[in-house]
Design a protein around this ligand. Structure first.
Ligand code: WTA
Length: 651
């Protein structure tokens, strides 16, 4: 038995009245699997429906035929569920606490009533511009209240939002506007982060050069910074909102109408538009938010993600607001003005639940515990992590210094595609183990399959690829505009299952340990990236002939980006060129895709049929040559020796 399998942390005191206790979990989980119609039929009632559903689950994972529908004959409106239904009882309660980048600027407390007015004003602006149910609206915004208003304004009139993370380049933005077919872009003049400002509007200007002339640009004048203005195309959003009515009739949406499209990276090709729909998604986001974080009325809840990622969608905006929670939106970064900012904000707003990424914990751990100890963290009841496996050192530091040994840690495993948590502890029901996401959420049936034989691995322990045997309400429904790609990506390789792309181990106690991606997706600081995207950015540079990109272990980021680059004939490698290529990738995709290491590769290891052997490149980057495996099938085995001899990151 491995050491990890035995070391369990008991449920801390204070969770006796949690939404799920130990007995509840076993009972409810069994019911959710045995009778999903009864279980989810009941859970669906947590929302207000305009037309109640009579059908609950109608799903098929058969390749060629994949179809996922939940609550399919019900009608509802997401904004009405996140705002209107709370107004009678909590109109004056804070819905959103906005904490600006600079601690010198004052925080804003936005009540449910004010939120409703702002959302309706923005919804009316969009309606007046001709935006209708089913139209797409792209959002490219800082972490400011308008980001939440815009999401909910779209939901109110039935438009489909697609958020592009503000760290993405003009090119990436342009591609997403075009793929989604949006005619409206909502952006801001500038995005302040860590005391620096990103020129969002000027990025948007550049992006729009590659889009149809029809696209209009609504601009939030946030910092008041200088921007160029294109008459007839650019519109001052706040000015229009000020004149718009605060009444706006919500559109009755079918449960299966799309709520949003969010682009995410896969192993091949361009990022895919993950489509989430209205009813099932909101039920699942609200339920997981309530149970996983043991959210109770009056709690102050903070998720440090950005709305540009799925975590921001489900756990800053939709889940918390559907539950009538107070959710904190933070514009800044963990290390500005110093490495105590998170804890200063927790103390200032008396945060009860705090949810962040392992990479942030590791970065702060490196700065020393003094930054934590300066602040009063006695309000914290629960801590969460998401985005990548958390190493036990970081888990223990989080537990000891932030949670003071009294807060359960929920290590939540999920994906853009899953809409919400699939494997996670429930704080009142699950004993935890550092580094394990523990056990499945209600209604989720994980299976570990052998990667080659596709056989289900019964019993414990087991290891293989992680698949899910049946649907849950928060599951993505399709890839925007390409259902075939949806089926091929997730349902072809292991017939009858949703394939997650993650490797996984189940220990003697039945606890799940995610071991990382088994495909060509890497996870850098919790940001998901396709190696193929970075490669295609590199080869777009005129001096690059060929490139292969892999992940390697990085002490803070989890994974770093390691690029092997073959230059065009006659081009000499140099430090300047290395810097230029890093800059090039930043401008093609965004700073999150910057290669950490670039190795000049006179040749890349290929099979005789010309396929790059990434397995070998990965091993070299990981400094694990003992396990290179069979290289005899290579066209030129000697290139491997050169790559090893000139490896970067020696040590
Ligand atoms: C990884 C983020 C281990 C995993 C919500 C998954 C995790 C990918 C965890 C999805 C976790 C996420 N433990 N690995 N708790 N959470 N991952 O789509 O590889 O940005 O497939 O969604 O992140 O990343 P995405």
């Amino acid at each position: 038995m491995s050491a990890e399998a035995t070391e369990k942390y008991a449920i801390p005191q204070g969770f006796e009245n949690a939404h799920a206790g130990p007995g509840d979990y076993t009972r409810l989980y069994a019911e959710s699997i045995d009778d999903p119609d009864a279980f989810w039929g009941r859970e669906g009632k947590r929302l207000d429906w305009i037309t109640p559903y009579t059908k609950v689950k109608n799903t098929d994972f058969t390749f060629g035929n994949v179809s996922i529908k939940w609550f399919e004959d019900g009608q509802l409106n997401v904004a009405a569920n996140c705002i209107d239904r709370h107004l009678a009882t909590r109109g004056d309660q804070t819905a959103i606490i906005f904490e600006p980048d600079s601690p010198d600027d004052e925080a804003q407390h936005i009540t449910y009533r004010h939120l409703g007015e702002q959302v309706n004003r923005m919804a009316n602006v969009l309606r007046d511009m001709g935006v209708k149910k089913g139209d797409r609206v792209v959002l490219y915004l800082p972490m400011i209240p308008e980001a939440a208003y815009a999401m909910l304004a779209c939901a109110r009139i039935g438009a489909i939002h697609s958020i592009v993370f503000a760290g993405f380049s003009p090119d990436a933005l342009s591609n997403r506007i075009n793929d989604s077919g949006a005619n409206i872009l909502i952006t801001a003049d500038e995005a302040p982060r860590g005391g620096r400002k990103t020129a969002l509007k000027s990025n948007a200007d550049q992006a729009l050069l590659g889009c149809s002339d029809r696209v209009k640009c609504l601009v939030v004048k946030h910092t008041g910074g200088q921007t160029t203005w294109t008459e007839g195309r650019d519109i001052d959003l706040r000015a229009l909102m000020a004149e718009a009515s605060t009444d706006c009739e919500p559109e009755a949406m079918n449960a299966e109408d799309p709520l949003f499209v969010l682009y995410t990276s896969g192993s091949t090709g361009k990022p895919k538009g993950v489509v989430h729909t209205t009813g099932g998604y909101l039920v699942f986001a609200a339920m997981t938010h309530q149970y996983t974080f043991d959210y109770h009325d009056g709690d102050i809840y903070w998720c440090t993600a950005d709305v540009g990622w799925v975590t921001g969608h489900s756990y800053i905006v939709y889940g918390p607001l559907a539950n009538g929670a107070t959710t904190l939106m933070f514009e800044g970064v963990p290390t500005y003005p110093d490495a105590g900012r998170f804890w200063e904000v927790c103390a200032k707003h008396k945060v009860n639940q705090f949810y962040t990424a392992p990479t942030a914990i590791r970065a702060l751990m490196g700065k020393g515990k003094e930054f934590v100890e300066k602040h009063d963290l006695s309000s914290l009841r629960l801590l969460g992590t998401v985005g990548e496996p958390i190493n036990p050192e970081a888990w223990n530091w989080y537990n000891e210094h932030v949670g003071k040994g009294k807060c359960p840690i929920v290590d939540t495993w999920w994906q853009t595609e899953t809409g919400g948590h699939l494997i996670t502890p429930l704080p009142g029901a699950t004993e935890t183990k550092p580094g394990s996401a523990t056990v499945p959420f209600f209604g989720v049936k994980p299976e570990i399959l052998d990667a080659e034989s596709a056989k289900v691995q019964e019993g414990n322990p087991a290891e293989g690829v992680l698949c899910i045997a049946d649907s849950w309400p928060g599951q993505m429904r399709t890839v925007w505009g390409d259902h075939q790609r949806f089926m091929e990506t997730y349902f072809q390789q292991y017939p009858g299952y949703y394939f997650t792309g993650d490797g996984c181990r189940r220990d003697e106690d039945g606890y799940y340990w995610i071991t990382g991606r088994v495909d060509d997706v890497i996870n850098v600081s919790g940001h998901r990236m396709g190696t193929a995207e970075v490669e295609s950015a590199l080869v777009a540079h005129e001096q690059v002939a060929e490139a292969a990109v892999v992940g390697y272990p990085h002490s803070v980021k989890g994974q770093g980006i390691y690029a092997y680059v073959t230059l065009m004939n006659g081009i000499e490698p140099s430090e300047d060129l290395r810097k230029e290529l890093v800059k090039w990738v930043r401008s093609e995709i965004g700073p999150i895709a910057s290669p950490d290491l670039i190795q000049w590769a006179p040749g890349l290891p290929k099979t005789r049929s010309g396929k790059i052997m990434r397995r070998i490149l990965r091993k070299i980057a990981e400094n694990d040559y003992g396990a290179l495996g069979d290289t005899s099938t290579l066209a030129e085995p000697e290139v491997v020796d050169d790559l090893i001899a000139n490896r970067m990151n020696k040590g």
